[in-house]
Design a protein around this ligand. Structure first.
Ligand SMILES: [Zn+2]
Length: 344
């Protein structure tokens, strides 16, 4: 079954560029640009970029991004890292991908426009070389002044027809509530940008409600904790707000004690539009295929459930209805072909 799952066409909607760079690439870029790293030994550097099993909070998890951000301050680095991430996704048969990152964290020597253009260049080059479509989401950061979120939104609007499809709110959820960034998200909505918000991860259902009410979130990053309030569960269900669930990441940030207790199966059975994502490939040291295999092994998802969750990803994607329909038809044909191949 594991090989079959790896072969299925997939979609990934919640993937941070700065949490997903190859460790070898980090070392090579650091050496090329004279950036000081704690070590140039690959295995030792992995300890700095990946979480260990005793990571016990989102705050500790977010520390893992410090070195990545140091390396990502040049055009060459951004083009390469963006390209390689799409390449990694293509290798596990991801057919549609949304990559996200916070442009204002990468402006030590580049302008914010140069940052976005370099990432778009890397993504588009990989799109030309591989058979998948990629779009970009720009992240506003919770700890930054709300005016910075407006700045990120204006930046996203400038690239709306050039590969940027939406904005996100990321960072320290426990200490910075979503409503402070209302202006940016309403600006985004008015301009036709899609909106997703990290919520219900380090804070509870109330944070998800605020993301929907104040930020007009169409999707929620994680949303694991919606079950703390029945009304929130119903709103998410009725309004078809999709959840970008990242089970292993939730384990690493200590939102759940073990994978078996992740509520994703309950949400799926309630008809909530759950999708499955890695969040940060390097930080959590995993692939999307492994995440689906974990659903199968630890959470009693059958193959048909896994295929349904993959199709949820298409339905929740920030693409046109026509593209969704095309992808859904292609995926269904592929599912049948792959299943038949493994039966024989
Ligand atoms: Zn995330």
């Amino acid at each position: 079954m594991e090989d079959l799952i790896r072969e299925l066409p997939k979609v990934e909607l919640h993937l941070h560029l700065d949490g997903s760079l190859r460790v070898e690439t980090a070392i090579e870029i650091a050496q090329e640009f004279g950036i000081e790293l704690p070590t140039v030994n690959k295995e030792e550097l992995e300890d700095y970029l990946q979480v260990s099993d005793d990571c016990d909070s989102l705050a500790e998890y977010l520390k893992k991004f410090e070195f990545a951000l140091k390396i990502m301050q040049s055009k060459e680095a951004l083009i390469r890292i963006a390209y390689e991430l799409v390449e990694d996704a293509a290798q596990e048969n991801i057919k549609y991908l949304e990559v996200r990152f916070a442009p204002l964290l990468l402006t030590e020597s580049l302008s914010k426009e140069e940052v976005v253009e370099a990432v778009l260049t890397g993504l588009q080059r990989a799109e030309d070389d591989y058979d998948l479509e990629v779009n970009l989401i720009l992240c506003c950061m919770r700890h930054q002044d709300p005016s910075k979120s407006v700045e990120v939104t204006e930046l996203a609007i400038n690239y709306l027809d050039a590969g940027v499809v939406g904005i996100d709110l990321a960072g320290d959820e426990a200490n910075f509530p979503p409503e402070e960034h209302e202006q940016a998200f309403q600006l985004a909505k008015g301009a036709g940008l899609h909106r997703t918000v990290h919520a219900g991860e380090a804070a509870g259902a109330d944070s998800v409600r605020k993301a929907i009410d104040y930020l007009s979130a169409e999707r929620i990053g994680h949303g694991v904790r919606i079950n703390e309030d029945q009304e929130t569960v119903e709103i998410v269900q009725e309004q078809q707000i999709s959840l970008e669930v990242c089970p292993t990441s939730n384990l690493h940030t200590n939102v759940i004690p073990n994978l078996e207790e992740h509520p994703i199966k309950d949400y799926y059975e309630l008809g909530i539009l759950v999708t499955v994502n890695t969040d940060n490939r390097t930080v959590s040291n995993l692939t999307l295929s492994e995440e689906y295999i974990a659903l199968y092994n630890s959470l009693d998802f059958e193959l048909s459930d896994i295929e349904e969750v993959i199709l949820n990803g298409v339905k929740a994607a920030f693409i046109s209805e026509e593209k969704k329909e095309t992808l859904i038809n292609e995926f269904k044909t592929e599912f049948k072909r792959i299943e038949a191949k493994y039966k024989s």
